[in-house]
Design a binder for this molecule. Structure first.
Ligand code: ADP
Ligand code: ZN
Ligand code: ZN
Length: 731
């Protein structure tokens, strides 16, 4: 027999797929086996992707496979097909897309430990020593134990144990261990669905039962019971002997959601999050592969869970940016991968959101997704939202960061003993420092961006590379003492709150306060348990929080996200405001939301105030069509970078010419536009200059052709080209 093996190499632009002979003594090779094969004079790891009885090349030229590395396969044919699709769709190598599927801890292997147990029917043997007698008693009391525990607890030697084993009285053996401890959980029962929920559940259940590939978008306001819908659909899958995958944007941000899955399905659930060690991740992967798990809840890469009979894939908060992998190849969007996996598995895809991504809603309106709606919050009203114009506050002589209205509401909430969330999507104290006399702004020497002031450590910090210096009080350029701190961040809000409400108990949640493991949960629990009155935070607090005593949400400045130079900034602002507002009034008391802004009339803010997704969508889709942005086009973002500016600019220019030729060669009738080359919004990051070319095209295929050209380019030393097809972020 022969096997095609794709070599596991990442430094290459093109895969190497070589054919090997399967020697007679190897009998466990299958598609998906990890193997060691000879290449030139060394050995390389690879994966078997095709088996055949006959080959075209002369047999003498075919070398044998050296070894099969595991006693299990790392993927089956369906996952292999998914990886092949990713290679072609995202224009990467097969070895790169397979890398997404293979569990990162595979090299650590299965962890085995020695265990000791009493042999059944052993004879009370008169010849045993008193020490050995102690061992027998210990095992009678404790059952099967770890050898290491036994030796430690009784303070005995291994040889004492071994001699007892030789007599056949006890047995010492290797066993697989799972590095994860199962946590305790309280079991919860399913709720009786509301009319709206019931309709949705029945519709999707019907598709699950028919084993067909179907796509749904569940558009349901915050608190309308989407999670309960998910739970009941998963239950249906379990009844049918099928598996489910649930994707969430980030595990640590949604502790309550995760709890609900575990409390409903217990040990049938595996939670895959970034906090797992490679070993723990691998153990979970084994549990899934062995069929012990029926539900996987996880972030993006949980989509590759090694299930073989999937019934349902759910993507919660489908509008979130974390569903796109944008750091390295393949830059995939998990919504597309999930859709493909469902097609391969004949399963149901269910996207859920209170603020669907514009592209998703567009698809739903064109019947590419079936649209399902949950319009009512369960048992409560949507909160009342007010917008305060901060220019008017300033004109009236109020230059505090709090409008009079927000100030008054916070005070009243404190008096009533109810909790408040204050949201600002910028961390630090002030966004930058400026000399009033000469206009000097301290910048990072490695990145073209101003440094952010952090008061609690008296430092100016770069948020891109971590570079920091001590705070300046005297302008290093002109010597003036009139150095001012402008713009606000969460740290500044905290200080102002403490100044204005000295007796309030305040917590802050942002990247700076959640660096240590478990810090996020600690702050969350403290707030949930009522140990604080006010929680200040960045977008970390915008989702998943379900705290009944929170009745007031204040948005300190909505303009922060609105002013980011990206065509999606309006959409991001609307989503964030809606999500944050959804945190208010989740208990029996009604909620209030106050949004502060300088751009009262902006449609993102007006629609957020009215909690009117449809009108936001109508406005936004019009603008997307006029300017030919997605969903009317696809984008390709190309970044040329390197340490020498001249080389970068020259390379960007020649890349432009190549693109121009490629696009003009295309016979497809299409809309195409090349923007740039120009310096990226942040021209330099970590001492690398960055130039950017953005292509808009109505034909994704044309952009894929451009990627093929980019993948085969020979580059000058030090120059890098990266590309992102359908990027979510253009900075
Ligand atoms: P969403 O996921 O849409 O934000 P949730 O599923 O979290 O909504 O539901 C909001 C609240 O309503 C939760 O506290 C949940 O327990 C409760 N809930 C959901 N469905 C029902 C139901 N059918 N009956 C009673 N309470 C429900
Ligand atoms: Zn100065
Ligand atoms: Zn920097």
């Amino acid at each position: 027999m022969f096997a095609d093996v794709v070599l596991n190499e990442f430094s290459r632009n093109i895969d190497r797929i070589l054919t090997y002979r399967v020697p007679d003594d190897i009998n466990n090779l299958k598609i998906g086996s990890r193997v060691l094969v000879p290449v030139n004079k060394s050995f390389v790891e690879g994966y078997a992707i095709n088996l055949s009885e006959k080959i075209e090349i002369p047999i003498e030229k075919v070398k044998p496979i050296m070894r099969v590395l595991d006693d299990f396969t790392v993927f089956d044919e369906k996952l292999l097909n998914l990886a092949i699709w990713m290679r072609d769709y995202y224009k990467c190598n097969l070895s790169e897309s397979l890398q997404c599927i293979i569990p990162s801890g595979i090299k650590n292997g299965i962890k085995k430990v020695k265990k000791v147990t009493l042999n059944k029917g052993y004879l009370d043997d008169a010849s045993i020593t008193p020490r050995q007698f102690e061992i027998l008693n210990y095992l009678k009391d404790n059952g099967t134990v770890l050898l290491s525990d036994l030796v430690k607890d009784l303070n005995i030697s291994y040889s004492t144990v071994n001699s007892l084993a030789r007599k056949g009285i006890i047995c010492v053996y290797y066993d697989e261990v799972n590095r994860l401890k199962m946590s305790d959980y309280k079991k919860t029962d399913k709720l009786i669905p509301t009319k709206e929920q019931e309709f949705v559940i029945n519709e999707v259940k019907h598709s699950i039962g028919r084993n067909v590939f179907e796509k749904y978008l569940l558009f349901g306001v915050t608190g309308s019971g989407k999670t309960e819908v998910y739970l009941q659909l998963i239950e249906k899958c379990i009844e049918e002997g099928k598996e489910s995958i649930v994707l969430v944007p980030e595990i640590s941000l949604t502790p309550q959601t995760i709890e609900r899955f575990i409390s409903r399905f217990g040990n049938l659930v595996a939670v895959l999050h970034s906090g797992l060690s490679d070993g723990e991740r691998f153990d979970e992967w084994r549990r899934i592969k062995n069929g012990e798990v029926k539900v996987v809840v996880g972030v993006r890469n949980a989509i590759f869970a090694p299930f073989s009979n999937i019934g349902l894939i759910i993507i919660d908060e489908e509008h979130e940016n974390t569903y796109k992998q944008s750091d390295f190849k393949p830059k995939y969007n998990v919504k597309e991968v999930a859709e493909k996996r469902c097609e391969i598995e004949k399963a149901v895809l269910l996207l859920g959101s209170a603020t669907p991504q514009i592209e998703s809603y567009y698809k739903a309106l064109r019947n590419e997704y079936k649209l399902l709606k949950l319009k009512e919050r369960i048992g409560l009203e949507l909160p009342e939202v007010d917008v305060v114009n901060m220019s008017r506050e300033l004109a009236d002589g109020n230059n505090s960061i709090f409008s009079r209205k927000l100030y008054k509401e916070i005070r009243e909430n404190l008096m009533k003993g109810e909790q408040t969330i204050l949201f600002l999507n910028r961390r630090g104290y002030s966004s930058f420092v400026m000399c009033r006399d000469c206009g000097y702004v301290p910048e990072c020497p490695n990145c073209d961006i101003s440094l952010t002031f952090h008061a609690d450590e008296s430092k100016l910090r770069c948020h891109y590379c971590g570079y920091n210096i001590n705070t300046v009080y005297v302008c290093p350029k002109c010597g003036s003492r009139r150095v001012r701190y402008l713009g606000i961040g969460t740290e500044r809000v905290e200080k102002e709150v403490k100044k204005l409400f000295p007796r309030s108990r305040v917590l802050r949640m942002d990247i700076d306060t959640t660096k240590t493991k478990g810090a996020h949960e600690k702050i969350f629990n403290e707030f949930k348990n009522g140990h604080a009155d006010i929680l200040i935070g960045t977008q970390m607090i915008s989702k998943g929080f379900d705290i009944p005593n929170v009745t007031l949400v204040g948005v300190i400045l909505a303009d922060v996200t609105l002013n980011i130079p990206d065509f999606r900034s309006g959409e991001r602002t609307f989503q964030l405001l809606t999500q944050v507002a959804g945190r208010a009034g989740r208990g029996s008391k009604p909620g209030r939301v106050i949004i502060q802004t300088y751009e009262e009339d902006n449609y993102s803010i007006v629609s957020a105030k009215n909690q009117d997704y449809e009108s936001f969508y109508n406005e936004e889709i019009r603008y997307r069509e006029i300017y030919m942005y997605p969903p009317f086009t696809h984008l390709l973002n190309i970044v040329v970078s390197g340490p020498i500016k001249n080389d970068v600019v020259t390379c960007a220019a020649s890349v432009y010419n190549l693109i121009y030729k490629t696009i003009n060669k295309s016979v497809k009738k299409s809309y195409n536009k090349i923007l740039g080359p120009s310096s990226a919004p942040i021209e330099r990051i970590k001492n690398n200059y960055r130039w950017q070319i953005i292509i808009k095209s109505s034909e994704r295929g044309i952009l894929q052709d451009v990627c093929d050209v980019l993948n085969t380019l020979k580059l000058h030393k030090g120059i890098k080209i990266s590309f992102d097809l359908d990027p979510l972020n253009l900075i």
